[in-house]
Design a protein around this ligand. Structure first.
Ligand code: HEC
Ligand code: HEC
Length: 320
């Protein structure tokens, strides 16, 4: 009995020691070149530890986005092996900068399980470097350069004109409603289109109060947000909305809009329309916090469209 007890005790102790030793064994013993910069083994080991404590549950031990908590998660956690990121401030297709990644980790992504992480600056930098080790892209490519921004040409005096211009551009020129919901009736859309492009439209797609689900390079589909009810993941303020419209959402069908919003190709007009859209999107986002006004807005829209169903209630099952 005692002998057996001792053996069990010794075995447990042995396993315990082995487990401890493997925990203590850090995975990096040499620096690595990531995005063209050398990163020390010490930093990568700190990143590894930070990642396993805070990020692994969702993003997975292997960085493949298949952590134990990821099952059924919408949107799915990012697979870092793909080296694809949605919310940098670089051109579509380029790798995000360290500042971009740090910003996303610190701010989180609104309305998703990706929360803001209040970790020390040292750990933040280390985990940014560590997630790069999952994708071979960082061994051969460098991060892109942040795009440049213009200042808001409208300002508070012209805010309501900016919103009105944004509404025209959204429906009449950019046709954002091919993916996102439309927030105007077909005759209104036709009038906007005629004003901006010289051409009216006869009809628009079915169920214009709903978003149209979109494929992506991430292996998942994404629902373009209904701008009156869903969070914008990367944007809270008007300048952030403007920047996201300039940038697009990498790896999804959400285009980068710079250069597309002037019929004549005029750069100043293009920027003015980008900012007008930001004002308009911001005005739609305000309805998110005001259910009563939103319901009135949607019901009035349905009446104009002449459809019986109420978009105020029946789009509630849609989640991006
Ligand atoms: C509770 C689950 C969860 C945890 C924990 C989590 N994330 Fe995420 N993360 C997500 C989801 C979900 C997304 C995808 C959001 C999307 O596609 O819009 C994401 C996306 C990201 C992105 C990609 C952003 C982009 O532009 O594409 C980065 C980088 C990231 N997470 C880093 C981290 C780091 C670092 C940690 C730990 C400090 C962490 N995450 C912890 C769920 C999580
Ligand atoms: C071809 C389809 C398509 C078109 C056209 C389109 N979008 Fe999007 N948009 C998307 C998708 C898909 C997403 C969601 C990406 C995701 O899940 O992160 C998105 C996301 C967004 C977001 C949220 C960004 C964030 O940080 O979460 C805004 C704002 C937006 N779109 C505005 C617009 C505006 C304004 C237009 C017209 C100028 C437009 N979109 C046209 C597909 C489209």
């Amino acid at each position: 009995m005692t002998v057996q007890y001792n053996r069990i005790f010794n075995m447990t102790l042995l396993f315990g020691l082995v487990a401890l030793a493997s925990c203590a064994k850090k995975p990096f013993d040499a620096p690595k070149k990531l995005g063209g910069e050398w990163v020390s083994a010490k930093k990568l080991n700190l990143g590894w530890e930070t990642y396993n404590n805070y990020c692994m549950q969702c993003h997975g031990v292997l960085g493949d986005g298949l952590g134990p908590a990821a099952q059924g998660m919408v949107p799915a956690p990012r697979n870092f092996k793909s080296g694809l990121f949605k919310f940098g401030t670089v051109s579509l297709g380029e790798l995000p900068t360290d500042e971009n990644l740090a910003h996303i980790i610190r701010q989180g992504l609104n309305g998703t399980p990706m929360l803001p992480w209040d970790i020390s600056d040292e750990r933040l930098d280390a985990v940014v470097q560590y997630i790069k080790t999952f994708s071979p892209k960082w061994q051969t490519e460098k991060a892109g350069t942040s795009l440049e921004w213009t200042d808001d040409p409208w300002g508070p005096q012209l805010a309501s004109q900016a919103i009105e211009q944004g509404r025209k551009i959204y429906h009449g020129l950019a046709q954002c409603y091919t993916c996102h919901p439309s927030y105007a009736s077909t005759p209104e859309i036709s009038a906007y289109s005629k004003e901006v492009t010289g051409q009216g439209v006869d009809s628009i797609r079915e169920n214009p109060h709903l978003s149209v689900i979109q494929g992506s390079s991430y292996g998942h589909s994404y629902m373009p947000p209904d701008l009156t009810r869903h969070h914008l993941r990367s944007a809270r303020t008007r300048p952030e909305i403007y920047r996201r419209l300039v940038l697009g959402v990498n790896g999804t069908t959400m285009p980068a809009w710079r250069g597309m919003l002037s019929v004549t190709g005029d750069k100043v007009e293009d920027e003015k329309n980008l900012w007008a859209l930001a004002y308009y999107v911001e005005s739609l986002q305000k309805l998110k916090w005001d259910w009563k006004t939103r319901a009135e807005f949607m019901n009035a829209l349905e009446e104009k469209r002449g459809t019986a169903s109420s978009a105020a209630t029946n789009s509630s099952s849609q989640q991006p």
